[in-house]
Design a protein around this ligand. Sequence first.
Ligand code: SF4
Length: 285
Amino acid sequence: MNKPHNFDNIDWFITRLCNQRKKCKFCFAPWDRFPIDATYEQAKLICQRLAEIGIKIVTICGGEPTLYPHIFETIQLLYQLGLKVNFYSNLATQKNVEVVMSILPFIDILSVPVDAVTQTAISQMRGRDQFKSVCKTLDDLQSIETKPTIKIGTVVTKQNINDLKNLFLFLENYQIINIWRIYQFSPYGQGKKYEDLFLVSDDDFNRAVSAVKKMAPNKPINISVRKRSNNIGYCHIMDSQGGLYRYEEEYIDLGVNVFNKPEEIIVHYDEKTNRLQKRWQRKIF
Ligand code: SF4
């Protein structure tokens, strides 16, 4: 008898579109490495397949998922199928925010990037407009009673590493933030071109993270960390049309898709690291 597989989470890069593409020079998204976005017919089949093979948590990322033309229907379908959704948005424009607000009742985690709070670091990371828009949305979310878990993501680079303590103090003011996930910059794609500008050493990253953790002994915000080395091979990465990849500071096309047997998919990933890196998510459900 086959050993039961442990494949219960997937990261669906639902679109290649992003309105922040010119702003985030550190971005390590796959961009043109992935095929064009799925039609809604394809997306529907993928949602049904995810439920069929026992996926419990779907991370919707990209690109900027609110720009995917069928996002509302897709999220509703995942909800109807009983899957938990962790939804990423940069919240940089009013349009992004409106889409997020419209799907709020159907998602379980809203993941939002905040990389810096001092003006210079903000400008060098995602830009001031994105920061202002995120702050306003976090303010607005405070008065919404039923809302998903709010997670903040920070990519640590040379540009913002000295801003982490300020960022912690800033986030602490928002009672609604449950998780702060801190990522060491991983050089790929657009980010690879600017590696010298952004890449921090492991020692510097570890030191900065330890300093921040010392500020949070009672853990008002749950801090979760992903080092550069942890980002290799664990994430079940799926392109918009269902093709599967492994990240090794390059997106490796595995030659399988979500319609293959789960056992044929799972062998390509580091499942021990997957369990560790997705532990923060499991704690929520
Ligand atoms: S980091 Fe995210 S928001 Fe920025 S360009 Fe890349 S995909 Fe878009």
